[in-house]
Design a protein around this ligand. Structure first.
Ligand code: PGA
Length: 255
């Protein structure tokens, strides 16, 4: 199996942007621009925007995702949202372990694993983020580190559940900085992640896994990145807040 047989997935990560009415307006603007795309199109929006986003996207090819979820099914976790709550709304994707959550909200490889399993157990797709800091890249431990992050995140995930996992390689130094990894750097790390997954699940499962790149991917550089043999899609922050730019990236991923 090669890249042509893997699902290409372009996912927007809106982060803490857009109110529900703004979310509805942006999705209405995006719908005609991404209609007929030959890749999966996902928008991961703030929790409170989910009902408006799901209703706005109904009948279109846009799928809606969340940006986090708690690992416990219910209980005394003030301020948290469970996988079942998201599932009932019609959420299909959940970003897990974004570096902003690891940096600002104490997320660890262990909690990333728990959240990943909660998302998968609820029947949704997990977009699991891994990536190195600039210091770690300069130390030369990138491949080793992201391989370990990936293996820990997938602990206890069955081969069947792996079919609903997307890995997003996001070098921390490239997120929101305008500094993109080169296409070669992105491809090299994505290939290392695939090799790590192959060690645990075998070559066929690894070959079928969608591995995105994220970090300052935009309308200008998307085609070159997405052209790489191991880059199967993108997780897009800033550029996913602009309908036109986002649709250019979606077109670049369409085959
Ligand atoms: P960026 O964010 O595209 O704005 O760099 C990517 C991400 O954090 O997912």
């Amino acid at each position: 199996m090669n890249k042509a047989k893997r699902a290409a997935v372009i996912a927007g990560n809106w982060k803490m942007n857009k109110t529900p009415s703004e979310a509805k307006a942006l999705i209405e603007e995006m719908k005609p621009l991404v209609a007929g795309a030959d890749c999966s199109v996902v928008l991961c929006v703030p929790f409170v925007d989910l009902p408006a986003a799901i209703s706005a996207a109904k009948g279109s090819n846009i799928k809606i995702g969340a940006q986090n979820c708690h690992f416990e099914p219910s209980g005394a976790y003030t301020g948290e949202i469970s996988a079942a709550m998201l599932k009932e709304l019609g959420v299909e994707y959940v970003i897990i372990g974004h570096s902003e959550r690891r940096t600002y909200f104490g997320e660890t490889d262990v909690t990333v694993n728990k959240r990943t399993r909660a998302v998968l157990d609820a029947g949704m797709t997990a977009i699991v983020c891994v990536g190195e800091s600039l210091e770690q890249r300069e130390q030369g431990i990138t491949a080793e580190l992201v391989s370990m992050q990936t293996k820990i995140a997938l602990g206890g995930v069955s081969a069947e559940q792996l079919k609903r996992v997307i890995i997003a390689y996001e070098p921390i130094w490239a997120i929101g900085t305008g500094k993109t990894a080169t296409a070669e750097q992105a491809n090299e790390v994505n290939a290392a992640i695939r090799a790590a997954v192959a060690e645990v699940y075998g070559a066929d499962a690894a070959e079928a896994l969608t591995i995105q790149y994220g970090g300052s991917m935009n309308a200008k550089n998307a085609a070159e990145l997405l052209d790489q043999p191991d880059v199967d899609g993108g997780l897009i922050g800033g550029a996913s807040l602009k309908a036109e730019d986002f649709s250019v990236i979606v077109k670049a991923a369409s085959r």
